[in-house]
Design a protein around this ligand. Structure first.
Ligand code: APR
Length: 228
């Protein structure tokens, strides 16, 4: 059986990584337009660097939870028949042991050069304006897909959606496209669809089945039922 799992901020919530849309629409006190658009970066690069530098540093204080662990366990059984597509920019899937993970919205632990467009593994602050390790130009920005930009790996994601038998969405509000449209794409290719989310999401009605509760409980239970 081929499975695609889409994850969102909800899978990392119990690890202590804040979600985006649950509270007041602000991201840790900032307006989305200020910290998650190319225009916001052009206007106030130091603010945007400080925002993502803080989030990168905060990765040191969080750990994967049983939901990440369960997906890593599922990959041990399914191998190439499982693909995890995450909207998250944290590295908690990898730290649980998952290897077949696509970060469609980029990664905190990567820097993107606005000069040569290369992507480099990154752990340090970007606010100090370090040069690009590839071309030497001082044009590094967070390697995060902002509103108005095209997500990564769309070809591979749609190819997997086309082939999968089961599409599972975990901890995402279904508010942001193209990820919000994956359920309809998978269904149109014949996959069964399942939503695992704390609360009903904007797209709940699009799924064959929805289960509500914390990811740390729902995901391990689902994996256990699937592979024992
Ligand atoms: N278990 C399961 N689901 C949870 C949990 C939990 N413990 N806690 C919260 N949730 C659910 C919320 O009910 C909500 O539906 O996770 C979802 C989180 O939604 P968002 O904060 O909107 O996050 P996400 O869907 O990942 O956002 C998508 O939008 O802002 C952009 O690029 C950013 O990748 C992000 C994208």
């Amino acid at each position: 059986m081929r499975v695609v799992v889409l994850t969102g901020a909800g899978i990392s919530a119990e690890s202590g990584v804040p979600t985006f849309r649950d509270a007041d629409g602000l991201w840790e006190g900032h307006r989305v337009e200020d910290v998650a658009t190319p225009e916001g970066f052009d206007l106030k690069p130091s603010l945007v660097h400080a925002f993502y530098d803080a989030r990168r540093a905060a990765l040191a204080d969080v750990e994967p939870n049983p939901a990440h662990d369960a997906l890593a366990r599922l990959e041990e059984t399914l191998g190439d028949d499982l693909l995890v597509v995450t909207q998250n920019i944290d590295d908690l899937h990898e730290r649980s042991g998952s290897q077949r993970v696509l970060h469609m919205h980029g990664e905190l632990l990567s820097a993107l050069c606005r000069g040569c467009r290369s992507r480099s593994p990154w752990t340090d602050p970007l606010a100090d304006l370090p040069p690009c390790p590839r071309c030497g130009v001082t044009e590094l920005r967070p390697d995060v897909v902002w509103f108005g930009e095209i997500p990564y790996e769309m070809d591979r994601i749609y190819a997997a959606l086309e082939r999968c038998d089961l599409f599972v969405s975990v901890g995402t509000s279904g508010a942001v496209y193209p990820a919000a449209g994956f359920v309809q794409a998978a269904a149109s290719y014949g996959a069964r669809t399942l939503e695992l989310n704390l609360l009903p999401s904007e797209g709940s009605h699009l799924f064959d089945e929805t289960r509500h509760g914390p990811a740390s409980r729902l995901v391990p239970a689902w994996v256990d039922a699937l592979v024992g």
